[in-house]
Design a protein around this ligand. Structure first.
Ligand code: ZN
Length: 358
């Protein structure tokens, strides 16, 4: 399997985030996550790690607003210019506002005002390398999409010795599925899976299946009015879990997109069997939709040992997710989302990727 990865993610390494209750803690969405996954992937048969290609800004502008992209591009330099004393006081500083926009009619002019306008929460501190890392993360997702696009409309033939690529993996950091059209949140700045899916729409209908523990509020936001991209998310019920304000079962799209978004909120303690029931319902919806390609937002925080999750999936259950999705036999770009510092992170990623190897 081709794995698209860039070391550029290391430029986004905030010193802290703020947890509920006001605790300032080391940034959990750390470069170490990629190290753990890479270490395991390097031992996987057939894994080929490739650098992403630079797709430029156009695929990003098809998903995010120009004002939001301009904010991400200049946020750090604007912050330095506006508060030189704060920035000089510590090399651990970051742009993180204390005021957030409940009402989004008017973008303020100051950098802190804009930060509150474009950031959803306290898990998205902007540091010097955030934008560069986010760009390279999106390019990893786009490179995976481009790779699998070779097999769209050319299903692999069992009697052919030439096998077209059916799946590829974007080892993307920062993750993306909480980033909306013009908002960052939940460690996410650019919505890698949405950018990949949007790019793939040139070949026909696309489905996004999000199997991260958290609801994909960003992906939902981006495609909520559209029927050319089916979006499905299986996640912890937002009535008790982040992102709290999206991911409910009754949210089904609107306008032309009505009926083309599906949420499967599940309770704390969800085990393999209960998860796979929801997964099979989601897979049936994808079959009915008949997409030309599939994008998977792959979160590993459904695993029982994850520090941010409350599901009880085992490695065996994680492996089953891969097998069930791969049985759709669709060109599939797999994009990594969450999954945090458990010792099992790399092994779990390999377990799910195995389902796609053929
Ligand atoms: Zn997550």
């Amino acid at each position: 399997m081709k794995i698209f990865y860039s070391e550029t993610h290391r430029l986004h390494d905030p010193a802290f985030e703020v947890f509920d209750g006001g605790q300032r803690v080391p940034y959990l969405e750390s470069p170490e996550r990629m190290e753990r996954i890479l270490k395991a992937i390097r031992k996987m048969d057939g894994a080929e790690i490739l650098a992403p290609r630079d797709f430029g800004l156009d695929p990003l502008r098809a998903v995010h607003s120009d004002a939001y992209l301009a904010f991400l591009a200049s946020a750090w330099t604007e912050w330095l210019a506006a508060t030189p004393e704060t920035a000089a006081a510590s090399d651990k500083t970051a742009l993180l506002p204390a005021t957030f926009a409940a009402k989004r009619d008017q973008m303020p002019e100051t950098i802190l005002g804009k930060a509150g306008f474009f950031l959803l929460d306290l898990s998205v501190p902007v540091v010097e390398g955030t934008y560069a890392a986010a760009l390279s993360s999106a390019n990893c997702a786009l490179s995976a999409a481009e790779f699998i696009s070779e097999s769209i409309n050319h299903p692999p033939s069992s009697n052919s010795s030439f096998r077209l690529p059916l799946s590829a993996f974007g080892l993307c950091r920062p993750p993306g599925h909480h980033a909306g059209r013009e908002i960052a949140g939940g460690y996410c700045f650019l919505n890698n899976a949405a950018i990949a899916a949007q790019w793939l729409t040139r070949f026909g209908r696309v489905a996004i299946l999000d199997v991260d523990y958290h609801a994909c509020n960003g992906t939902q936001d981006i495609f909520y009015n559209r029927r050319d991209v089916l979006t499905i998310s299986i996640h912890a019920d937002p009535s008790f879990e982040y992102p709290y304000y999206a991911g409910y079962a009754q949210e089904a799209g609107e306008g032309e997109g009505l009926g083309f978004h599906h949420n499967f909120p599940l309770p704390a303690g969800t085990n393999n069997a209960a998860y796979l029931v929801a997964l099979d319902q989601a897979i049936a919806l994808i079959k009915d939709y008949g997409p030309q390609s599939l994008v998977i937002s792959l979160g590993m925080d459904t695993y029982g040992g994850d520090p941010l999750g409350a599901f009880k999936l085992t490695r065996e259950g994680i492996g089953e997710i891969g097998h069930h999705i791969a049985a759709l036999n669709l060109p599939t770009a797999i994009i990594i989302e969450g999954g945090y510092n458990t010792d099992e992170l790399g092994k779990n990623v390999v377990e799910i990727l195995r389902g796609f190897q053929r």
